[in-house]
Ligand binder design. Structure first.
Ligand code: NAD
Length: 352
């Protein structure tokens, strides 16, 4: 058994940088060796936690003990730090959104290839239980073939923090939560995107979007509504999935929800009309109980390599990288298309 320990240095020891220490803790082959942050107070916290602190980025990159650099700074400086770290011979993990443009991302990948170093992006929400569960329902066709998907996250607390409200730092909710939801979406289908329509919201008056709604169609006929909101005092379900034989809803991260399908053993039963406003309706009446089946949401087997276990396995040539650079690139192109669709107020027909 290989017991090599890989040392990681964290650049940007803020909220997410410090959270990575918790993620790394259970991974026996990675050890946090030190931290670097431009803010003294954050360095003090690193010291208190028992880590070495570096005076500047150069000190991190010239430390031969450092195998991996983790970038958890605001988004605008990911690219320059990533390229310097790769050129210094380090493997690099970068927080999402990896860069603000797909061109910047290509520049990083070019250097990673030249330097023969592993570069990947922490798209950690591919491991989220709600996403895994939604994907399992879809893959196992628990409600027939998926033809429409709605994936949302909604809060009422505005855009958090400071730099996330500023354009120059790569702020805004499309780049923040949007990158997760769009990354998950592209893991659900193999089909190419055909068109994108979108609207960004600026309810809070910030220079960056405080949320967005996008409507994406795929060549195989799948449609997807992806939405992020920070001004939603009442929120809609996290996932709403329509299949040819039924509907699934996952209301929240706790996996509350259900799947209702047509009962294949019961011939169609006419619903009883219900009073709806000033009229009667059969069309919008609930289906009769006998003609449907109800299933609980079941968590799939989630016993897989974690992000960091996968990274170690890649360094040792044993696994393929979980978050592939071409997937990351495709998400960035989709984000750029959403910005374009919103700015031009048009539907962009583009194969992505
Ligand atoms: P934060 O503001 O809490 O932390 C950023 C830290 O970087 C700060 O301590 C700041 O002083 C430091 N910093 C700024 N410029 C620097 C530089 N040039 N060199 C070194 N340090 C520098 O922000 P955060 O919420 O921790 O976000 C950091 C990154 O992590 C962002 O890219 C964000 O999108 C990402 N993030 C990812 C997730 C996730 O679930 N994957 C969650 C939160 C944040």
């Amino acid at each position: 058994m290989n017991n090599r320990i890989y040392n990681i240095a964290i650049v940007g020891f803020g909220g997410m940088g410090s959270y990575h220490c918790q993620l790394i803790e259970p991974v026996s082959q990675i050890s946090v060796i030190g931290v670097y942050d431009t803010v003294e107070y954050r360095m003090e916290l690193g010291k208190e936690a028992g880590y070495k602190t570096y005076a500047n980025l150069d000190a991190v990159l010239t430390d031969d003990l450092v195998d991996i650099v983790l970038i958890a700074t605001p988004n605008d400086v990911h690219k320059e730090i990533a390229i310097q770290a790769l050129q210094a011979g380090k493997h690099v993990i970068c927080e999402k959104p990896v860069t603000i443009t797909s061109k910047d991302f290509n520049d990083i990948v070019k250097v990673a290839n030249e330097e023969k170093r592993v570069f990947t992006v922490h798209q950690n929400r591919r491991w989220d239980e709600d996403f895994r569960t939604a994907k399992d329902i879809i893959d196992k066709k628990k409600f027939g073939e998926l033809f429409h998907l709605e994936s949302r996250v909604q809060g009422a607390n505005g855009i958090p923090g400071d730099w996330r409200q500023l354009k120059d730092y790569g702020g805004g909710m499309l780049l923040d939560w949007g990158v997760h939801l769009l990354d998950q979406l592209l893991q659900i289908t193999d089909s190419q995107i055909e068109s994108v329509a979108a609207n960004l919201s600026y309810i809070l008056g910030t220079e960056v979007d405080d949320g967005f709604t996008s409507y994406i169609t795929f060549k195989d006929g799948l449609t997807a509504l992806i939405e992020v909101g920070t001004t939603n005092y009442v929120k809609l379900p996290r996932w709403y999935l329509k299949g040819t034989e039924g509907t699934a809803v996952i209301r929240d991260w706790d996996l509350s929800g259900e799947i209702i399908t047509r009962n294949p053993d019961v011939a169609h039963i006419e619903p009883k009309p219900i009073q709806a406003g000033q009229g009667l309706t059969k069309t919008m009446a609930p289906p009769s109980e006998q003609s449907t089946l109800k299933f609980a949401i079941e968590k799939p087997d989630l016993d897989e390599q974690s992000f960091y276990e996968n990274f170690v396995s890649v360094l040792e040539g044993k696994s393929e990288i979980a978050i592939k650079n071409d997937e990351v690139h495709r998400v960035l192109v989709l984000i750029e298309t959403i910005f374009e669709a919103a700015e031009t107020r048009s539907v962009i027909h583009r194969s992505i």
